[in-house]
Design a protein around this ligand. Structure first.
Ligand code: GLC
Length: 557
């Protein structure tokens, strides 16, 4: 049976950087309501809203202190209800972020948990006996430092794979799980259309919480290899599905840090009743720093053959069994055009369209991260003072200040390539001061290139990146070939062009793209009377692929 989300395109709204309506410099829900006509014009079906719950905001809302209330700077529940209503009137669904691998340390569950070892909420979190000078194991936090914080009063440590203000919830506790399911039902009963589940691959921590091997002698080791895809995870997801998701028509999207294709086949396999689709991380983590002590920080550009191999592995791996989420970037990744394309004045526009075409014609559900549809670029920051992200600032302190592993200049170069803040600069609506994002002082600098890259210039320009995304979205809506066609990679060893086919019944779609600034010749028989469906150049030169050219042909058998 076909599912509504299979031919849908999802638009990600990062509320604090989308549209401010009250001049405090931070985007809000009223701002999202005001921009619904824009989102509708783009043609997407769903908005995924990053967390808007009440939060001390240590990690931009991924530290929830009240799961059933709205962060005051974003508005209130009445505004949220109006957003839901207004979006639904325009046939746009709303998917909420669900952050239940961890909570805020200010959530009443955690506050009670800390009261005493026999408090019923104590076991809602992961506590271990210990002494101030001996950590329970060698796990590090994703945001630097150890994954454990000591509580003097209890004489115990609690686990946090992210910031110390984000304690891990204990999924082995049944009452905790039931409370989470109750909260999920509360939102779904309100009428939301599903959840994007944050860090959901990390729910099941290994029994005994053992050390992880640490051959590189990092100060704290990366626990992901033994935490992701724990043996009980499938059971938790099945239970969540049974108790909550199966009773609604909403979509469930798992953010699966560290998951492998085989696990994803299980999570998204229709007969398994776990999740509808997942975000995997492989294609955005292909260039780890060879020096493990530096974690993700590097300025390497990915090799096209590696990127193709990874995307193809997931296309083949989930074909007919599960379902992929397709994305180049989000609020945790640098901007697509800067990372995989070319954000110079000469090639930004064409390479942004090339990336769009390549991604949107794959099998899966495509995601557009706000501003991607305009070809927005990395921030190109040059000073530390421009950064706001906790992960970035903590990494600087640990790697540059405390351990002196790289120079400040080098670290700033790494940040300019991959800091999460590259994606978090405000939406560029027009060329007025502050890019039309706010009348106040934006919480994070507007990218100075807003004068030439902005929505106002693009929306009505038939040749803009925005218009190109519109075309791709409407193509998907009309074509079972694009939604359901089987994927076939062409020439995996080609390090300059990414070409593939999609097959459905008697139809084949041939997709060709040039990832370089050189002209290439590639012949897959496309010149012989086949119909050009879409291209990012205004004319077609057959076997020639000009710099960053991308095109697709319909081949009738
Ligand atoms: C996810 C979110 C990220 C957040 C982290 C901790 O990876 O996407 O923004 O920092 O989880 O919640």
């Amino acid at each position: 049976m076909k599912k509504w989300w299979e031919n849908a395109v999802i638009y990600q709204v990062y509320p604090s950087s989308f549209q401010d309506s009250d001049g405090d410099g931070i985007g809000d829900l009223e701002g999202v309501i005001n921009r619904l006509p824009y989102i509708e014009k783009l043609g997407v079906d769903v908005i995924w809203l990053n967390p808007v719950y009440k939060s001390p905001n240590v990690d931009n809302g991924y530290d929830v202190s009240d799961y059933e209330d709205i962060q005051p700077v974003f508005g209130d529940m009445a505004t949220f209800d109006r957003l839901l209503d207004e979006a639904h009137k325009r046939n746009i669904k709303i998917v909420m972020d669900l952050v239940v691998n961890h909570s805020s340390d200010q959530l009443d569950w955690f506050i009670s948990s800390k009261k005493s070892k026999d408090n019923p909420y104590h076991d809602y979190y992961i506590w271990k006996n210990g002494s101030p000078d001996k950590l329970p194991n060698n796990w590090g936090s994703y945001f630097s430092g150890p994954a454990w914080t000591y509580d003097d009063k209890l004489g115990q440590y609690y686990l946090h794979l992210f910031a110390k203000e984000q304690p891990e919830l204990n999924w082995r506790n049944k009452a905790m799980r039931q409370d989470v399911y109750k909260m999920m039902r509360w939102w779904l009963d309100k009428g939301i259309d599903g959840f994007r589940m944050d860090s959901i691959s990390l729910l099941d921590k290994p029994v005994g919480l053992p050390d992880v091997p640490n051959p590189d002698h990092a100060k704290y080791a990366d626990a992901q290899p033994i935490v992701a895809d724990g043996p009980q995870l499938g059971q938790y997801l099945k239970e969540m599905n049974r108790e909550v998701l199966s009773k609604y028509d909403g979509v469930s999207i798992g953010e699966m840090i560290g998951s492998k294709v085989d696990d994803a086949r299980e999570y998204t396999g229709r007969d398994n009743h776990e999740l509808d689709m997942i975000f995997q991380f492989e294609h955005v983590t292909l260039t780890p720093n060879p020096d493990k002590r530096l974690g993700k920080w590097n300025d390497e550009r990915v090799k096209l053959t590696d990127l193709k191999a990874s995307l193809s592995k997931w296309q083949y791996g989930l074909n007919k069994v599960g379902w992929n989420s397709l994305y180049w970037n989000n609020h945790d990744q640098p901007r697509a055009v800067s990372r995989f394309g070319n954000d110079s004045d000469e090639y930004r526009d064409v390479s942004a369209k090339m990336l769009a075409l390549v991604l949107h014609l794959l099998k899966g559900t495509p995601y557009i991260y706000q501003g991607e549809e305009l070809g927005m670029t990395n921030a190109h920051n040059t000073s530390l003072a421009q950064y706001r992200d906790l992960e970035t600032l903590n990494a600087y302190k640990e790697i540059v200040v405390d351990e002196k592993l790289v120079s400040p200049e080098k670290m700033l170069r790494f940040f300019a390539e991959i800091s999460r803040d590259n994606a978090r600069t405000p939406m560029q609506w027009d060329d007025s001061e502050k890019a039309g994002f706010t009348s106040g002082k934006p919480w994070i600098d507007v990218n100075p290139n807003y004068v030439k890259i902005n929505a106002q210039d693009e929306v009505d320009d038939p040749h803009s990146v925005f218009s190109f995304y519109q075309k791709l979205i409407s193509l998907r809506h009309q074509s079972d070939l694009i939604v359901y066609g089987d994927y076939e990679e062409l020439d995996p060893e080609d390090g300059q062009a990414f070409c593939y086919k999609r097959h459905y019944g008697t139809q084949t779609l041939l997709v060709m793209s040039n990832f370089t600034d050189q002209s290439l010749i590639r012949d897959y028989g496309q010149a012989s009377g086949n119909q050009l469906v879409i291209s990012n150049y205004s004319d077609d030169r057959g076997t020639m692929l000009r710099p960053y050219e991308a095109k697709a042909y319909l081949i009738q058998r």
